[in-house]
Design a protein around this ligand. Structure first.
Ligand code: MBD
Ligand code: FE
Length: 243
């Protein structure tokens, strides 16, 4: 065990012990807590529960850069490369949008051959492979930036989204007085040789939940306007990669 692991485990236990002492936790309450965690695990909500309540703290440290965001529970590796840039098929419902921009380093130099691994919910807030009524792999794919660092992805605008709240995670949100809504968002991991991968999310200007994200991840700097162009709505986002 590394010193760091040992220090973290000791501090975690100290924090738990302090809360238990402060509230004079009874045997019944202790057992109820253990039963709650068991129930969350059996409901398949281990990742959801932790991502909803804790993951935002992983990216509040500045070392990840200003565009860093939580990964969330719905990333799947191995999405295909979309040569056409068509993330949404013709039959996908929702407002069409083209995401464009230039992948760049922290000095503003364009980065060619960067991979943008993108996933999002559909216009009804459903993630493929996790939610009923979706086609496996839908709205998941990678695009690669060109020689000038630019990329372009054709997709649909996702809807504001309620994290699953019918189970144990929802009960915690209720206890905390937090609603289950997240602002509409598109996830991506941007990577390029020689740079730290960037896990981010982009949001939409004017979204009603930007200031009250259920998982406390959204920030106004990552909310962008939908702009009109001859090719329809566009959204410009320039991912910045650090070494
Ligand atoms: C999501 O879709 C999400 O992005 C996060 C961070 C947590 C729960 C559901
Ligand atoms: Fe999400």
């Amino acid at each position: 065990m590394t010193n760091r692991t040992e220090a973290i485990v000791r501090d975690l236990l100290t924090a738990f012990n302090e809360v238990m002492d402060k509230h004079n936790i009874t045997h019944d309450e202790y057992r109820a807590g253990v039963a709650f965690l068991t129930e969350a695990a059996e409901a398949g909500e281990t990742t959801l529960l932790h991502d909803a309540l804790l993951e935002a703290s992983v990216v509040t440290h500045d070392n990840d850069g200003p565009q860093a965001q939580v990964l969330g529970p719905y990333y799947l590796p191995d999405a295909p490369i979309l040569e056409s840039g068509q993330l949404a098929g013709e039959e996908e419902s929702g407002e069409r949008v083209t995401l464009t921009g230039v992948v760049q380093d922290t000095s503003g130099n364009p980065l060619p051959n960067a991979t943008l691994d993108i996933w999002q919910s559909d216009a009804e807030g459903r993630y493929s492979n996790f939610d009923e009524g979706t086609t496996p792999g839908n709205l998941r794919g990678k695009v690669v930036s060109g020689q000038d660092g630019s990329y372009s992805v054709h997709t649909v605008v996702p809807a504001p989204y309620q994290i699953p709240h019918a189970g144990p995670t929802g009960r915690v949100l209720e206890v905390l007085g937090r609603h289950p809504w997240r602002p509409a968002h598109i996830h991506m991991i941007v990577s390029a040789d020689g740079y730290e991968p960037l896990t981010t999310q982009i949001y939409f200007e004017g979204d009603p939940y930007l200031d009250s994200d259920s998982v406390r991840a959204a920030k106004p700097e990552l909310a962008f306007p939908l702009e009109d162009s001859s090719a329809g709505k566009t959204l410009t986002f320039n991912p910045v990669l650090d070494t």
